[in-house]
Design a protein around this ligand. Structure first.
Ligand code: SF4
Length: 464
């Protein structure tokens, strides 16, 4: 994903910074922090590399394609502008021989390279090469920061890093162990976001269910009250806040630990969206062990069935890997059977692809490329069948939809999402033109809509 931003109300003649944000929603929050700081200090942004005084590239280093995209973007920025600062996951990656720095090896002329969540280091590098403008009137941080996501939804990052060591993943080596943000800070940020008009808060981290493990669930304070740094307590407080603003809270990257069951009543009562993003990656216990997945000993199928008993409306999103080293046909078939039984509402699947530096590369039994692809398509056929059957069941029902776009002043329909659709990764709800002349759709507001059709992974609905 690429984003460039051009905030308004900066002074004429302010230095211009080009900004490219690549990678996942977690990287986006880093971009927002840097852009907020740039804006607060009076820098302007440029939509083109050539028109900027300097370019910042926030990179992704997760899979090899992302590494290539990041390195190519840095190359383009250097060719068109020449002054480039690199930040983000790829910035923390070692060079070819396991030492040095990959970005510097490929692009030695970059001005500075930092790892992820390094707002201050990035700002120091900016100050060095493009001095800060002096204007007391713009030395103010906008109350809720600059967001790259539309104003009505925002990502809330509750921790950094990860204590797990999944064998296909290099994030812990780039981002370090889990560091939970203090609960008071997280809740204050949530409140500011709601106050600034956010109607959907997306809770993210590498492992949301592990929130507080690193600080032994320390008791913090918020609004004069003691609150534990723990997933359940966070969800209770976030749901109270969200309710007072008429907003949604959606949870991402939750692992199927037993304590996640405690959140389900909140979902059943409509306090947190009945939507769980659980990256299962596989179903077979031996593959999960080879992957060194968190909660690999859990009985996931039974857990999902229990979740559905407590909260029948729950939508489960997940990602899987087909063709992991050593995966036998029987293990893959186990995954297919799991998919059929678990009825995962939204599933994505990657054909396994080795990531430089990951320990999975040393595992025996590499699955041939063509077979990995073939398994991925077999998986997706099952996943799509489930997804479409589930969407069909919604025909005739009424859903609450958050409007993301509403051209023609909201009179000719638009696009929104229901609780079942996280932005950018799931489907959408295509909204028809409202029947009543008095009704218009407004971006960032909710509308009730009756489902009248299914289009691929999307729904078509009539606003009512
Ligand atoms: S849980 Fe596993 S896949 Fe996720 S960040 Fe941690 S090590 Fe990587």
């Amino acid at each position: 994903m690429t984003n460039a931003l051009s905030p308004s109300s900066t002074p004429v003649g302010a230095p211009k910074i080009g900004f490219v944000s690549l990678g996942c929603p977690k990287a986006l929050t880093d971009s927002e922090l840097i852009l907020t700081q740039l804006r607060a200090e009076g820098y302007d942004t440029s939509k083109t590399f050539a028109g900027a005084d300097l370019v910042i590239v926030n990179t992704c280093g997760f899979i090899d394609d992302a590494v290539k995209e990041s390195l190519d973007t840095i190359g383009e920025a250097l060719a068109e502008n020449g002054k480039v600062i690199v930040t983000g996951c790829l910035g923390a990656k070692a060079g070819g021989g396991g030492s040095g720095n990959l970005v510097r090896e490929v692009h030695p002329s970059v001005l500075a390279v930092t790892g992820p969540h390094a707002t201050q280091e990035v700002m120091d590098a900016v100050h060095l090469h493009v001095p800060k403008p002096h204007d007391p009137f713009i030395d103010l941080v906008p109350p809720a920061g600059v967001k790259l996501t539309p104003r009505h939804y925002a990502y809330l990052k509750i921790s950094e890093g990860c204590n797990h060591r999944c064998s296909f993943c290099i994030i812990p080596s780039m981002r370090g162990d889990l560091v939970s943000r203090p609960i008071g800070d997280v809740l204050s940020e949530a409140q500011r976001l709601f106050e600034s008009g956010v109607k959907e808060l997306l809770v993210i981290s590498q492992d949301t269910s592990a929130y507080g493990v690193d600080v032994k669930y320390r008791t913090g304070f918020w609004d004069g009250q003691p609150v534990k740094t723990r997933m359940l307590d966070l969800c209770v407080k976030l749901s109270e806040l969200a309710q007072s603003f008429g907003a949604w809270v959606r949870l991402h990257y939750v692992y199927p630990y037993p304590h996640v069951d405690e959140i389900l009543p909140l979902m059943a009562e409509g306090k947190i969206l009945p939507y769980l993003d659980v990256p299962f990656q596989h179903s077979h216990p031996d593959v999960l062990k080879r992957m060194k997945r968190p909660a690999n000993g859990e009985k996931n199928l039974e857990r999902i069935q229990r979740w559905r008993e407590v909260c029948p409306d729950i939508v489960i999103r997940s990602t899987f890997i087909a063709g992991f080293p050593g995966e036998t046909e029987a293990e893959f078939q186990h995954l297919i059977d799991f998919m059929k039984e678990a009825q995962i509402d939204r599933a994505g699947c990657f054909a396994y692809s080795p990531v430089q530096g990951a320990t999975a590369n040393e595992l025996a039994g590499a699955v041939p490329d063509a077979l990995r692809e073939e398994r991925r398509s077999r998986f997706m056929a099952v996943a799509e069948e489930t997804s479409i059957a589930k969407l069909q069941r919604r025909l005739g029902s009424t859903l609450q939809v958050l409007v993301d776009s509403a051209p023609a002043l909201g009179r000719k329909g638009g696009v929104g999402r229901s609780y079942a659709d996280a932005p950018e990764i799931d489907g959408v709800v295509h909204l028809l033109a409202p029947e009543k002349a008095s009704k218009v759709l407004k971006v960032g507001e909710f509308t009730k809509a009756r489902v009248v059709g299914v289009q691929g992974h999307d729904l078509v609905a009539q606003p009512i």
